[in-house]
Write a protein that binds this ligand. Structure first.
Ligand code: CAA
Length: 386
């Protein structure tokens, strides 16, 4: 049964995330946005609380709380600091993908270190300069040798690229065109030949580093291969199905925080002799945002629930990400409108929420890619029914 009320244990994880965000992230979020950099200390504290392995089995160092608890926790974290939250979501995704596809030895070696913060966080190295929405066209390659593999090529847009201690890296392992020539590898950040590039100057999420990564003939053992040769593309797609629930949750959290802030402001701010909250123009903006974000939250929870039940959730995760990222962006924009000129300044956090939420319509698959995933699934299911 799908319940829209969290269970006691799911609520406990959400409360833990909310308290952590209030205690650790809130005092730093505005400053981190200005200074940039990587919030290593906050992430170490997140690891101590289990927030880097929320949906990972207990015997691998996770808290085994499930995908719904994960979504609820990410919403709480993102209400306060989207930058730190994205590092947390990508690290959880990496821990989950190794749990699902790794050998017993790989799981035991890497997953506890990801959950416990020994690797700082995990990184997901799929995109390249010429292969973003179309990762199957990647050029990074891994060549088989007697001793294992030699990895060469360049990745781009890698979240936490400055600090992640472990990356899942996708590379072509044959010259065949298309997705079946791609395999996945586990590569430590300090492996000889791994070169971390300079962080990009981004519109938002300034406390999350996004870098190129170069692999200059990196020698890997046979034990670095994740899953079977040629199955890497499917592994990436399955990881991204789950990752998209994380990004949808992150967007929802940003939208909710901006809307709450705007509602509080509207109650205080007086114009024409009364609080602006008494004007219908303001009420309607708040009502639309509240309604759309509630719908986003329900889509997120449905996708997470399907994942937790072991059911197919590809289409539903894409729907959640598409809707949540677009509606949360609008909600943040409306929040600025409610604050007027003040909303456009750095004195208030709503302009940060807008800048931070913008990328949720891009990373882990653009809105246009989500529409491709949704419509392909819809048309396939309809043609199967005829
Ligand atoms: N689950 C399992 N298998 C899947 C799958 C899924 N969700 N999606 C596709 N596959 C399988 C297909 O069944 C197919 O298998 P066969 O070869 O056996 O037939 C194979 O994968 C290839 O599938 P497609 O033909 O559909 O592949 P495509 O090249 O047409 O691409 C796409 C499909 C959905 C557009 C995909 O390329 C895509 O998702 N693109 C977006 C990439 C993306 O999201 N990048 C994000 C980067 S990571 C990031 O942003 C993280 C961060 O740091 C924040």
């Amino acid at each position: 049964m799908l319940s829209i009320e969290p269970t006691e244990s799911q609520q406990m994880i959400a409360d833990t995330a909310r308290q952590f965000a209030a205690r650790v992230l809130a005092p730093r979020a505005a400053e981190l946005d200005v200074s940039g950099g990587f919030p290593a200390d906050s992430l170490a504290q997140a690891a101590e609380l289990g927030l880097l392995g929320i949906n990972v089995p207990g015997d691998l160092g996770g808290v085994e709380a499930g995908a719904v608890a994960y979504a609820l926790a990410v919403i709480e974290l993102a209400k306060v600091c989207a930058s730190t939250t994205v590092a947390i979501t990508v690290s959880n995704m990496v821990a989950e993908v190794i749990t699902k596809f790794g050998t017993e030895a790989q799981r035991e070696e890497h997953v506890p270190k990801l959950c416990g913060g020994d690797y700082v966080v995990g990184g997901f190295a799929l995109s390249e300069a010429g292969a973003g929405s179309d990762p199957a066209s990647m050029r990074t390659k891994a060549v088989k040798t007697d001793r294992g593999w030699v990895l060469s090529g360049s990745k781009l847009w890698i979240t936490s690229g400055t600090d992640a201690g472990l990356f899942v890296v996708w590379a072509k392992t044959s010259d065949a065109p298309g997705s079946r020539s791609i395999s996945a590898f586990l590569v430590k950040g300090d492996a000889p030949g791994v070169v971390r590039g300079k962080p990009e100057h981004k519109m938002g999420q300034h406390g999350s580093t996004t870098t190129p990564l170069d692999f200059n003939d990196v020698e890997l053992g046979d034990d670095a291969l994740l899953g079977e040769v040629g199955h890497g593309f499917k592994i990436a797609m399955m990881a991204l199905d789950g990752g998209r629930i994380g990004i949808a949750s992150l967007a929802t959290g940003c939208g909710l925080a901006a809307t709450d802030f705007a509602a509080d402001y509207a109650r205080e701010r007086r114009q024409f002799g009364k609080p602006i909250a008494s004007f219908q123009a303001i009420q309607w903006m708040l009502a639309d945002s509240a309604t759309e974000l509630d719908a986003a939250r329900l889509l997120v929870l449905r996708a997470a629930w399907l994942k937790e039940q072991g059911k197919l959730f590809t289409r539903e995760a894409s729907m959640a990400k598409l809707f949540a990222s677009e509606r949360a962006h609008t909600a943040c924009d409306r929040a600025i409108q409610v604050l007027g000129g003040y909303g456009y300044t750095r004195e208030y956090p709503v302009e940060r929420y807008l800048r931070d939420v913008r990328v949720t319509r891009i990373f882990e698959g653009t809105s246009e890619i989500q529409r491709i995933v949704i419509s392909r699934d819809l048309l396939r299911r309809q043609s199967a029914a005829h």
